[in-house]
Design a protein around this ligand. Sequence first.
Ligand code: SF4
Length: 242
Amino acid sequence: MARNKIRISEIFGPTIQGEGALIGQPTIFVRTGGCDYRCSWCDTLHAVDSKFHDRWKPMSAREIFEKIEKLSNGNPIMISLSGGNPAIQPLQPLIDLGHDKGYKFALETQGSVVRDWFADLDILTLSPKPPSSDMDTDYDLLDKSIKAAGDNVDILLKIAIQNEADYLYARDIAKRYKYIPIYLQPVNHSPPSVDNNDDKIDIDGIMGRMRWLIDMAKQDDWNNVRILPQLHILLWGNKKGV
Ligand code: SF4
């Protein structure tokens, strides 16, 4: 693949952002293919597992932006750069093209790959992975990701929570990065298998976890946290491309 091509798993929208600080906001998703992590509960394996490599299309920034313009009828909108880990892709030219036309860019990454172009994003959501993911957090890289974004980017933290160890991890992260808004969401505990595209989910389970998380934060007087469900899962289950 040419070095300037971006591996694309899917581009879809406009829809709404289902998670974190932009929840409910109209957006177009650009989901890149490939990830340096293998979280135990990953719900986007179709954009992670290399056995789907042949489904990922190498596209130039211009080709991607043409598709975005078509989907948005040329009306500027927030572009959500997602994955996989979008930080492993060469996204700077796409961000430049979009900004020239008034589009905005929000990128979510676990903070394991640092890029200079984080400073050109509008929003950087860092989603370090808690113990239940079976991944380790490299705090040095997380620090460097925040530094790379600098002062002109809205930086947010978002942590998926499955159990008490995850909650305690999130507490530690919040203490370490006191000045960054933090969002918690229950893990999608019924993630799709890679080819499963159904809309069956355990709503009672999700709501039970929400209530548990809210109670935990209440007990700790943790009042500057935001606790949210994944809105798109409640609306559309595990369906892809909505
Ligand atoms: S970092 Fe995200 S995309 Fe990568 S394996 Fe973990 S949950 Fe999946």
